[in-house]
Ligand binder design. Structure first.
Ligand SMILES: [Cu+2]
Length: 510
């Protein structure tokens, strides 16, 4: 124990010095950029403002920062506007939204709006829908926010590095008839690897991340799961780790909406103590007649969102529990839920979990408004033994499976998981309806999603209508799995992208 502590302390000191060295570099880059371009920037800003009247305009600067997860854990984070998660973007249904992304990192980046059905050229996938935004450059994304819901934005360039370092934020479109809540807050779940603190520093000095993963940490011979559990050791909620996770402050009688977003790489379990609640939305899309749940935990996989409505009828000081099922000892977080007047009292949490939420039977059934199926495809999720490679139909990106569709097609995809890992499969560009699980039709509310967690041995059928022409990624959202090849693509016949891939830009979409 003693020895391990000293080692940890040594690693931490080493890290801090590298981090400080790294940051001063970044600030030099900043000032140089500003002086060169300031006049030009002013002019272009004026003309942009004229074009942007009546639109909701956001500027996201992608920067490297020191970030304190709590009083003790500091890291180099990559951020949007200096915060983790990035600045929340909240707009109303019907708003025209403009997002200017300025890249102040020294590597290329790109912004993907996850789940929101954007036009293809706004999808932010380097090499597929645009060239990555090079250091010092800017890219403007425009969206018509006509589909309400809880979404998130994140980098789609080298996600295993960039999202892991903090490049994510929440995007909310409030419906025109938004119900009123006394509290409406996001709960963004992530986990972080303290070993990456020194990875971040060394990386800046020119060392390759891949070398670190397989070399320095002595990860040879480890399975993928063992490596993940060895690396990630700290839960992060809304950018903070215990004991600095911010409390949700409520009053008796409040109606509370919590928007859970998993921005990390592990499937998490969420458990709400001693309160009944409803899950009102999956991935931002409304559940039909949601039932009241009690003593029921729900799983949230990477990139999924669950909106939860809770009546505050049990005054006290509580803790919502969040933990990674596969690594509960290290990856668990307690989010204080504190009634007015109960501040400072001992927090009470869930003692044991009696049942798990099942989305196949939840809510009221409703007829789906989809036409006759015109195309059927299979998606077999595979992996080699140790989890070094990940495949879809035995193919690996960039020699990947292409699902060709035509506008108007009704496409059924049967997804089967033949691996030992969860795979949260995300389709860009369209929502899909989950119609069956393991051969049994969905009994409850329609399940409209953009990310579906397919657990080991499970098979799902999904259906989507091809109505948004483009080239759309369909991939696992555990970025290491995507990196290992678990990426497919839906391509519309005859669609021509509006951009030309630039061979000088290191596009890295997976
Ligand atoms: Cu996966």
């Amino acid at each position: 124990m003693e020895k391990a502590h000293r080692l940890m302390a040594a690693v931490f000191m080493f890290t801090v010095s590298l981090v400080i060295a790294g940051c001063s570099d970044a600030s030099v880059d900043h000032s140089e950029m500003g002086s060169d371009n300031s006049q030009q920037e002013e002019q272009s800003q004026e003309s942009e403002e004229a074009n942007e009247e009546g639109k909701k305009v956001f500027n996201l600067d992608v920067t490297e920062e020191h970030w304190m997860f709590n009083d003790e854990i500091m890291s180099t984070a990559w951020t949007y506007n200096g915060t983790l998660p990035g600045e929340e973007i909240r707009v109303q249904e019907g708003d025209e939204v403009v997002v200017h992304v300025t890249n102040s990192l020294d590597v290329p980046t790109a912004l993907h709006l996850h789940g929101f059905p954007v036009p293809n050229e706004m999808d932010g996938v380097p090499g597929v829908t645009q060239n990555a935004i090079m250091p010092g450059e800017e890219f403007t994304y425009e969206y018509q926010s006509d589909v309400p819901g809880t979404y998130w934005y994140h980098s789609h360039q080298d996600g295993a590095t960039q999202v892991d370092k903090g490049l994510y934020g929440v995007f909310i479109v409030e419906p025109a008839n938004q119900e009123s809540y006394d509290v409406d807050e996001v709960v963004v779940i992530d986990e972080f690897a303290s070993s990456e603190m020194d990875m971040g520093g060394i990386d800046h000095g020119g060392m390759d991340m891949g070398d670190m993963e397989h070399g320095d940490m002595d990860m040879d011979g480890m399975t993928h799961a063992e490596m993940m559990n060895a690396m990630y050791d700290t839960m992060v909620v809304n950018g903070k780790a215990s004991p600095q996770i911010e409390s949700i402050d409520v009053e008796e009688g409040n109606k509370v909406k919590l928007r859970f977003v998993n921005a990390g790489l592990f499937t998490q379990v969420v458990s709400i103590p001693e309160h009944s609640f409803k899950i009102t939305h999956y991935d931002g899309q409304a559940v039909n007649e949601p039932d009241v749940l009690n003593d029921t935990a729900f799983r949230i996989a990477p990139a999924e969102r669950y909106d939860v409505e809770i009546e505050m009828d049990n005054p006290g000081a509580w803790e919502i529990q969040v933990f990674a099922e596969e690594n509960q000892e290290r990856l668990n977080a307690l989010i204080p839920l504190v009634y007015d007047g109960y501040e400072g009292e001992e927090l009470q949490t869930v003692e044991s979990i009696s049942s798990f939420f099942d989305l196949t039977t939840y809510g009221e059934a409703e007829e789906l408004n989809v036409g006759e199926i015109t195309k059927e495809y299979d998606m077999l999720l595979g992996s080699d033994d140790g989890g070094e490679t990940f495949t879809i139909n035995d193919k690996q990106f960039p020699d990947h499976e292409i699902y060709e569709v035509e506008e108007g097609d009704v496409v059924k995809v049967t997804i089967a998981n033949d691996t030992d890992f969860d795979h949260p499969m995300h389709l860009h560009g369209e929502f899909f309806n989950v119609i069956s699980k393991d051969g049994n039709p969905i009994q409850g509310s329609p399940v409209l999603k953009d990310t579906l967690n397919v657990r080991p041995g499970e098979t799902y059928e999904i259906v989507f209508e091809a109505k948004n022409p483009g080239n759309w990624m369909f991939h696992c959202h555990e970025f290491h799995h995507a990196n290992g090849g678990m990426v497919a693509e839906v391509r519309y016949k005859g669609f021509e992208p509006t951009f030309t891939p630039d061979p000088n830009v290191p596009n890295k979409p997976e």
